[in-house]
Design a protein around this ligand. Structure first.
Ligand code: SDX
Length: 433
């Protein structure tokens, strides 16, 4: 389905007036199409952070920030969280519909058969210090896959592209787990074809050769839930990065590698790690949430309530609501009382009654509670953003695929307004003051 032109917008600049087309999508969102603006007026627009600018039309994910709605290919996130699993949701995002039983069997087998990485790639890890952050290792290893699978350089070949997509989904958990084992100084644990996607990941993360790793169905279930909730979120910073890099016809592995690095930032995917650092700091300082709420409001302080606020959601992030409920269930099941969860709940309760947060429509986002569960699963802090990347991978792939298949795609090259020096001559060095 494409957007339709439904009206025109009149723009008056001085004594000149131009008519610009208005397009409307399937959820009645409308945009002014400014693709001819510079040609017709010599003007460009400027929009720091693209807060009001659409980069593309997309049929993958719909979200309504005012109503707190999130749907993947039209299916509400709440239904997918309750009824689906991560591999089925990945298929939905990438190929547009829920898989038939036969399609699901073929897709699962593809991911199972390609979960190992080339033995030579293990040597890459030898060069990293044990203190290397796993996100840096993950990005470079994903980019290096193109050295072993040059077919990725033929996106026009659909058969090859489906195999490349399968290889990426299958190998990223293995690379992530190897990055963790490297940081722990433990031997790499290979994937087992007998395990499901999430159980395989838990097994590769936590098994050691010295003893049998006992899988827990409940942990498999909650990991599926977390990965589903992170799977896509329309044109967020890292997905826009994947699209921009891919628009130059850079291959899929290179585009995903760039997306991983954008996600690493503490204002984006790195926030889940920063939330836990914040909760731990508050806990170590006596749990005085009022003091930290005051700091978050103080413009002279650089402190932000990590895990709060969102560029689009001006209501509850539906993912945060689901994760918060899962926190209580997982901690109860494992028999853990985590004081950080109590601090998180106190912060939320206080903030939601505070005028500063209400006025700015700042609510808990997907990162606010997710770290509590990762911690309960035994996942270490520096792997939280890696877990976000594993969840977001199908969304990145879906957007890269949609962008490469779209006839509207052009290489991304924004304009600017120059504010530097006007013309001046070169000054020889002996004449410079
Ligand atoms: C993700 O885009 C996506 O979809 C992202 C994501 C996804 O799934 O891909 O949802 C994942 O990245 C979630 C966001 C994780 N980041 C954090 O939790 C970091 C803390 N939050 C923020 O820094 C901030 O809220 C952002 C970055 C998320 C959004 O920033 P915006 O939209 O640029 O808003 P802003 O920084 O201009 O803030 C508006 C006002 C400012 O106050 P005023 O200047 O109007 O007085 O709100 C204040 C900000 O100071 N504010 C906060 C705050 N977030 C915004 N004040 C205190 N604590 C905060 N967390």
């Amino acid at each position: 389905m494409e957007a339709t032109t439904t009206a025109t917008a009149s723009l008056k600049i001085g004594d000149k007036s131009v008519e610009l087309p208005v397009i409307t999508g399937t959820e009645n969102e409308s945009a002014i199409d400014i693709s001819q603006l510079r040609k017709e007026t010599s003007y460009v627009t400027i929009d720091h952070g693209f807060m009001n600018t659409g980069s593309c039309t997309s049929a993958i994910t719909f979200l309504d920030g005012e109503k707190g709605i999130l749907r993947y290919r039209g299916i509400p996130i709440e239904q997918l969280a309750e009824k689906s699993n991560f591999i089925e949701t990945a298929y939905l995002l990438i190929y547009g519909n829920l898989p038939t039983r036969d399609e699901m069997a073929k897709f699962s087998t593809l991911l199972t058969r390609h979960s190992m990485i080339h033995e030579d790639m293990k040597r890459f890890f030898d060069g990293y210090p044990s203190t290397a952050h796993p996100m840096g290792m993950l990005s470079s290893m994903i980019c290096s896959l193109s050295s072993y699978y040059p077919q990725v350089l033929e996106p026009q070949n659909k058969e090859q592209m489906d195999l490349t997509i399968g290889r990426l989904l299958a190998k990223m958990p293995t690379i992530a787990a190897f990055s963790y084992k490297k940081s722990m100084g433990q031997p790499f644990i290979y994937p087992l074809n007998s395990l499901s996607y999430c159980s395989n990941l838990l097994h590769m993360l936590f098994a050691v050769p010295a003893e049998e790793y006992i899988l827990d169905e409940d942990l498999d279930h909650v990991l599926n839930l977390l990965l589903i909730l992170h799977a896509d979120h329309e044109q967020n910073c890292s997905t826009s990065t994947v699209r921009l890099v891919g628009s130059s016809q850079a291959n899929l592995f290179a585009s995903i590698s760039a997306g991983i690095l954008a996600l690493w930032g503490p204002l984006h995917g790195g926030a889940n790690q920063e939330v836990m650092n914040m909760l731990q700091t508050i806990h170590e300082n006596g749990g005085d949430t009022d003091k930290y709420i005051a700091m978050a409001k103080d413009k002279k302080s650089s402190f932000r309530l990590m895990g709060f606020g969102h560029r689009v959601y001006k209501n509850f992030d539906p993912r945060a609501k689901i994760i918060k409920r899962a926190c209580d269930k997982v901690l109860h099941k494992i028999g853990i009382h985590d004081p950080l969860l109590e601090i998180a709940k106190k912060l939320e309760e206080h903030a939601l009654k505070d005028e500063y947060f209400i006025e700015r429509k700042l609510y808990p986002n997907v990162d606010f509670y997710s770290g509590i569960i990762y911690k309960a699963l035994g996942i270490p802090l520096n792997m939280y953003t890696v877990m976000f990347a594993l969840g977001r991978l199908p969304g990145w792939i879906a957007h890269w695929k949609e962008m490469t298949e779209s006839p509207n795609t052009k290489i991304g090259r924004p304009r600017q307004i120059y504010t530097g020096e006007t013309i001046r001559d070169y000054t020889p060095i002996d004449k410079r003051g």
